[in-house]
Design a protein around this ligand. Structure first.
Ligand code: NAD
Ligand code: SER
Length: 317
């Protein structure tokens, strides 16, 4: 029996998730079997750990050439414009978030790739969605261009799966908190900036109000969720749009209080800006019972555990 070896292309590998996901995939599949790619230069943390190609996901021909040349069988598509940056340039956000996905799905269909991963977001939910324990299926009326692009993308994934048999899988990530690579322009970025402020200046001015609760997740949980979803047998994947997954939910005031326990002279102030309206349109917490039931999703980090780990790692860096 011949065993088909997978060769993976990560698009957007120099970004906040891309760096850690590429390193995790290289650990699992072998360094040479995971090709990192991005529009910008290779992230220093990836240097020397495996192959890197410069690639624009909007250039379908070049993407297609790379897929064939490198014998790619799986693509993880992470290139996107996030919520806050998207509101500054809605046309660009729509164009990249939609066309990038369609380019990848088309090539997956033509080249019969084994699996595709593409993340969606809690940003698909809007002001009319339930605020607490927002379920997998509910009213979904996003109010940001980012949320609209993610919701449309979810249905393109389902369409390519149903019509062409493309095995594309997706998670609606909450706001992701990490210390290895910089966040890329989201509304939840305050929950990373607050740690840098606390450690560097003992203070942070938050761009959201103190009582703004949002769904969040620590990066190790997000990477594990991604690998677990991609490992799950196809018959366990009942959701072909995108799965809700939950980690934790907290407000700026709550994370500030947690940081204060470890950095006693930390000062937190507030100056809400245009990102407040984006945050106010999203749910405060997410119900992920479908992901738990289908492929066993369970988070490992809560607010105190994540805070302690962030401070320890950022201090060591
Ligand atoms: P990021 O902005 O940090 O990284 C995106 C990467 O894509 C960047 O390195 C950028 O240079 C690259 N890129 C941009 N345009 C490109 C192009 N045309 N061709 C190739 N590469 C290009 O974003 P991230 O936080 O790592 O997010 C990755 C994915 O996860 C996105 O789809 C995002 O919507 C989703 N997501 C992220 C979060 C979060 O909190 N970080 C939450 C929900 C969903
Ligand atoms: N963290 C992301 C953002 O704020 C959610 O998708 O845009």
């Amino acid at each position: 029996m011949s065993v088909v070896k997978d060769k993976i292309l990560v698009i957007g590998a120099s970004g906040q998730i891309g760096v850690e996901l590429t390193l995790a995939l290289r650990k699992r599949y072998g360094n040479l079997n995971v090709v990192a790619s991005d529009l910008r230069e290779e992230n220093p943390l990836l240097k020397g750990s495996g192959p890197y190609v410069s690639l624009d996901v909007m250039n379908k021909e070049m993407l297609h050439v790379q897929v064939i040349r490198q014998n790619i069988t799986q693509i993880y598509l992470l290139a996107a414009i996030l919520s806050a940056t998207g509101e500054k340039n809605p046309n660009l956000a729509w164009h990249l978030n939609m066309q990038g996905l369609l380019n990848v799905l088309d090539i997956a269909r033509e080249e019969k790739l084994h699996k595709i991963y593409w993340p969606s977001s809690i940003a698909v939910f809007g002001p009319t969605s339930p605020k607490q324990h927002c379920p997998q299926q509910t009213i979904i009326e996003p109010s940001t261009v980012y949320g609209i692009s993610k919701y449309a993308g979810e249905f393109w994934c389902k369409y390519y799966h149903n019509r062409y048999g493309v095995d594309v899988r997706s998670l609606r990530y909450p706001g992701l908190i990490s210390y290895k690579s910089e966040p890329g322009g989201g509304t939840t970025d305050y929950a990373i900036e607050i740690f840098n402020g606390a450690l560097e200046d003992k203070k942070y001015r938050c761009f959201l109000k103190e009582d703004t609760f949002l769904p969040m997740m620590y990066m190790p949980d997000a990477i594990r969720a991604t690998l677990e979803l991609m490992d799950a047998p196809a018959d366990k994947i009942s959701v072909r749009t995108s799965y809700n997954i939950s980690g934790m939910s907290f407000s700026p005031k709550e994370i500030g209080a947690e940081i204060l326990k470890l950095i006693p002279d930390f000062k937190l102030s507030y100056a809400p800006d245009y990102r407040q309206a984006i945050a106010d349109s999203w749910p405060q917490s997410i119900d992920d019972t479908v992901a738990s039931g289908d492929w066993g999703w369970k988070p490992q980090y809560n607010l105190p555990k994540m805070t302690a780990d962030m401070i320890e790692n950022l201090s060591n860096n």
